[in-house]
Design a protein around this ligand. Structure first.
Ligand code: NAD
Length: 318
C-alpha cells in the first residue's frame, strides 16, 4: 500500500488522541471511522469532535461549511468489521501492552493483507506490540503529539520487522495530511522526541536541586532562549551554526558536571509521592489551585495556536 493509495481509515480509540487525529484525516478528505469498545467512549469521541470543530470555526481556522464537511466524513462504530475494508488502521487505545497486543492480534487478521497498521503508543516497544500480528512487515509506530491538530510532528517508528515500504508509506502519508514526519530507525524506548525531552527534564530538576536556578528561571531559559532557537533549528544545527570547536570545548568541561541520574529522585520523586501531579491535581512544580488550572490550559492552547500560525517550517532567505 502506497501513501497515495490510501482512501479509507479506521482510528481505534475515540479518546483524546483518536478523536483529534480522526478530524485531521477527515479535514484532508479521507473517510474515517472511529472505533471504540463502549457506547460511552463513542459519545465522548463525538463530544470531543464537536467541541474541537466549534473552536476551530470560532478561531477562523475552518469555515462552518468546511467543518460540516469534516464532520460528514466521520463515522463511529463498535463493530470490528470496520477493519475489514480500510487501507490504514491507526490504533490509539489504552497505553497497556497486553491490551494493545490482544487488539492487534485480532485486528491484523480482520484487515486486508495490504492494509497499513500503525500504533500511536507513547513509548511502548513497537516490536512487542505487534508480537501476535499477522503480517508484521506492514506494522509500524505512528506517534503523534498532543494536541495533534496543532503540533506538526509525527514520529514514524520501525519495529524489528517493519518493511521499509511501510515506514515510507506512513511517512509520505503524514506529509499529505500536513504533518512533519521524522523517521525513528530503531525501536528504542521513548523514540527520539521523548528521549530528548527526558534529558532536558533531568537537567532542569538538577539545576533546581543544585540551587542554580528556580523553576520560573529554568522554564524562562527554555522558552525565551533555547526554545526560541529550537523552533527553527535542531540541537545539531544549532551547534553547526555556533561552531563545533566552541561546543566541543564547552563539552570538555561541562558534561562531567551535568546530571546523570538513572532514576527519578529528589524533588521529582517527592512531588510524585505526594500526589502533586501538576495541572490535573491542582499542584505540581507550580500552583494550579482554583481557576488557575483551567486558565493555564487556555493560555497554553492560545500560545500553541499562535505558534502554529507563525511557524513556517522552512524559510528561504530573500
Ligand atoms: N494523551 C496524550 O498526550 C498522548 C500523546 C501521544 C500518544 N498518546 C497515546 O495515545 C493512546 C491513546 O491515548 P489517549 O490520551 O487518547 O487515551 P484516552 O484514554 O483518552 O482514550 C483511549 C480510548 O481507547 C479506548 N479503548 C480502550 N481499550 C480499547 C480496545 N481494546 N479497543 C478499542 N478502544 C479501546 C477507550 O475506550 C478510550 O476511548 C495511548 O497509547 C497513549 O499513550 C497519548
Amino acid at each position: 500500500m502506497k501513501a497515495t493509495d490510501i482512501r479509507s481509515i479506521v482510528v481505534a480509540g475515540a479518546g483524546t488522541m483518536g478523536a483529534s487525529m480522526a478530524q485531521i484525516f477527515a479535514k484532508y478528505g479521507y473517510s474515517v471511522t472511529l472505533y471504540d469498545i463502549a457506547e460511552a467512549a463513542i459519545q465522548r469521541g463525538r463530544d470531543l469532535v464537536r467541541v474541537n470543530q466549534e473552536s476551530q470555526v470560532k478561531s477562523g481556522d475552518l469555515t462552518a461549511d468546511q467543518s460540516a464537511e469534516v464532520i460528514s466524513r466521520l463515522s463511529y462504530t463498535m463493530d470490528k468489521q470496520c477493519f475489514a475494508s480500510c487501507d490504514l488502521v491507526v490504533e490509539s487505545i489504552l497505553e497497556n501492552l497486553e491490551i494493545k497486543q490482544k487488539f492487534w492480534a485480532e485486528v491484523s487478521r480482520i484487515a486486508k493483507p495490504d492494509c497499513l497498521l500503525c500504533t500511536n503508543t507513547s513509548g511502548l516497544s513497537i516490536t512487542k506490540i505487534c508480537a501476535e500480528v499477522q503480517g508484521k512487515e506492514r506494522f509500524c509506530g505512528m506517534h503523534w503529539f498532543n494536541p495533534s491538530h496543532i503540533v506538526p510532528l509525527i514520529e514514524v517508528i520501525n519495529g524489528d520487522e517493519t518493511a521499509p515500504e511501510t515506514a515510507e508509506a506512513v511517512y509520505e502519508f503524514s506529509k499529505i495530511i500536513g504533518k512533519q514526519p521524522i523517521y525513528v530507525k530503531k525501536d528504542a524506548l521513548g523514540f527520539i522526541a521523548n528521549r530528548l525531552q527526558a534529558a532536558i527534564l533531568r537537567e532542569a530538576l538538577y539545576i533546581k536541586e543544585q540551587g542554580i536556578g528556580d523553576f520560573a528561571d529554568i522554564d524562562g531559559a527554555m522558552k525565551y532562549g533555547l526554545g526560541f532557537r529550537y523552533a527553527c533549528l535542531g540541537p545539531l544545527e544549532v551547534v553547526d551554526q555556533g561552531g563545533l570547536d566552541i561546543h566541543h570545548h564547552i563539552a570538555t568541561y561541562l558534561w562531567e558536571d551535568l546530571a546523570d541520574d538513572k532514576y527519578p529522585s529528589g524533588l521529582f520523586e517527592e512531588l510524585y509521592q505526594a500526589g502533586k501531579y501538576g495541572v490535573k491535581s491542582g499542584e505540581g512544580f507550580y500552583d494550579y489551585s482554583g481557576e488557575k488550572a483551567a486558565q493555564s490550559m487556555k493560555k497554553r492552547d492560545a500560545m500553541y495556536l499562535a505558534m502554529a500560525r507563525a511557524k513556517v517550517t522552512e524559510v528561504e532567505p530573500e
